[in-house]
Design a protein around this ligand. Structure first.
Ligand code: BES
Ligand code: ZN
Ligand code: ZN
Length: 496
């Protein structure tokens, strides 16, 4: 999909649909929309007076053959209250408009930014909203969305003085959104088409294309490095594990500068192992590699955006299967760090593979760690599918991430990590056990387990189990993988 910025007047642009937005307020037809309305002979004000246009979030009004415009259609989208309007709103309404028109076989559209809104950020948000909205999960369907595709979008409302910064914003937005779609494409793959080995190959291809350094550790190297926690999960499957390492090095790296580790859980299918999951809904566990896919997508975007910080992405990839060689409840494993782990539930496997990935990342020299994982069902109980669960060992670092989430328009919520919770995973027969002893707080005990391996290195854990997958399509996003947290991570690194 081509996106260009044009300084032409909206009235003069030939397009299948001119899209703009109205706010929910006494008179929604104001400013540029009032100008359009004048050309239309007051039709919009009439509709507003009749209660048909309120400006409520994602309310659509479609006018065919609008008088005075070269556009074939005019689409007004409700933007909600003006004082609550932000990047996330703009992104969603642009995405929703694209999907609305796509469903009506429209091939190209022009999006008019409202008066005072022609900024680099707005252009970035629009590109993000449009490109992520255009992504479909019909890769394996013979009939694609009726062959419906949006080919071109023109962004209007920018004058000559704002054009250059708007175009810069477009490039950033495109980079981030395409990385997010790369992540979503990986997450959407079923486990028979995305084994740990295939994920490693795809990561390698991405890294080469993006100009990033890449190293794939195979099962032999993993065993040489004594990654006993990762191996314990992998041993139940005939598919061998992989440890994927992708590195971004800035052109000017000062010695002693911080190095950010992006560690992502990539269980390409989680059956639960011997502590097997119920059949109902198990198919969704193909998305249990979303954390890893998010980190790979983030570093792909960073390769293009070229921040001044070194980033090492570490992705442990494995299946969690109940094979004849699978680990069993009660087994004791020795992690790469030397800590012994009592595996009380083989379904709490994400934390095991993250333990070794974090130890390895520290060995590679990271000074700050963020991990992302579809770690617990408990986070869905706590925060539903609305907020990412955030856990941290260093408040200053965690505050930075939360600020980035806000700036990137992603909902994230910090949960407590009091020392008392640490007691829940104290081992009876080993140093540590992989589940809490039946006292609730499942997401927190999971986080504490991972934290044990981060040690003194400032660390943040993002539990994306509730937010990495949309069970239902949204007006602005297809059903399935969301690519959540990628934008926040990119913002965090860029502003670090
Ligand atoms: N991949 C799951 C987490 C998950 C569960 C994601 C449901 C999305 C929906 C993880 O490996 C897991 O199974 N966690 C267990 C931990 C428990 C055994 C302590 C869980 O949450 O049930
Ligand atoms: Zn599990
Ligand atoms: Zn899992």
């Amino acid at each position: 999909m081509q996106i260009t910025l044009d300084t032409k007047s909206y009235a003069a642009v030939e397009t299948e649909a001119l899209v703009t937005y109205v706010f929910e307020e006494g008179e929604p037809i104001q400013g540029r929309v009032a100008d359009i309305d004048a050309a239309l002979g007051g039709l919009l004000k009439k509709l507003a007076a009749g209660g048909e246009i309120n400006g409520k979030a994602l309310e659509f009004t479609l006018v065919h053959a609008p008088a005075g415009l070269k556009a074939a259609r005019l689409l007004l989208v409700g933007a909600g209250k003006r004082d609550a309007f932000n990047g996330a709103t703009l992104r969603k309404l642009a995405g929703a408009a694209l999907r609305f028109l796509k469903a009506r076989s429209v091939k190209n559209l022009a999006f008019l930014v409202r008066e005072g809104g022609a900024t680099a950020e707005a252009a970035q948000w629009l590109a993000e909203g449009l490109i992520t909205a255009n992504f479909e999960t019909d890769k394996y369907k013979s009939e694609k969305k009726n062959g419906k595709e949006i080919d071109a979008v023109t962004i209007l409302g920018f004058g000559e003085p704002e054009k250059a910064s708007g175009e810069k914003g477009l490039v950033v937005g495109r980079t981030v959104a395409e990385a997010q779609n790369f992540t979503r494409d990986l997450v959407n793959e079923p486990s028979n088409k995305l084994t740990p080995r295939i994920l490693a190959e795809k990561a390698e291809a991405m890294a080469k294309e993006a100009g990033l350094a890449v190293e794939i550790l195979d099962e032999k190297k993993i065993a040489d490095l004594k990654m006993g926690a990762l191996l314990s999960v992998a041993q139940g499957s005939v598919e061998p594990p992989r440890m994927i390492v992708v590195t971004y090095t800035p052109a000017t790296a000062k010695p002693g500068a911080p190095v950010i580790g992006l560690v992502g859980k990539a269980v390409t299918f989680d059956t639960g192992g011997i502590s097997i999951k119920p059949a109902d809904g198990m198919e969704k566990m193909k998305y249990d590699m979303a954390g890893g896919a998010t980190m790979l997508g983030a570093i792909r975007a960073l390769a293009a955006l070229k921040p001044q910080v070194k980033v090492i992405c570490v992705v442990p990839a494995t299946e969690n299967m109940p094979g004849g060689k699978a680990q069993k409840p009660g087994d004791i494993q020795t992690a790469m760090s030397g800590k012994t782990i009592e595996v009380l539930n083989t379904d709490a496997e994400g934390r095991l593979i993250l333990a070794d990935a974090i130890t390895y990342a520290k060995q590679l020299g990271v000074t700050h760690i963020v991990d992302a994982a579809t770690l617990t069902g408990a986070i869905v109980v706590a925060l539903a599918n609305i907020n990412v669960g955030v856990f941290g060992s260093n408040q200053e670092f965690t505050d930075k991430l939360l600020a980035s989430a806000k700036a990137a328009g992603e909902k994230m919520w910090q949960l407590p990590m009091d020392d008392e919770y640490r007691e829940f995973i104290k081992g009876s027969f080993a140093d540590i056990q992989n589940i809490g002893s039946g006292k609730g707080g499942g997401s927190i005990t999971g986080a504490w387990f991972i934290r044990e391996f981060a040690g003194d290195t400032p660390w943040i854990h993002l539990d994306i189990a509730g937010t990495a997958w949309n069970d239902d399509a949204k007006p602005w996003l297809a059903k399935g993988p969301t690519g959540v947290a990628l934008r926040t991570l990119v913002h965090l690194v860029q502003t670090f």
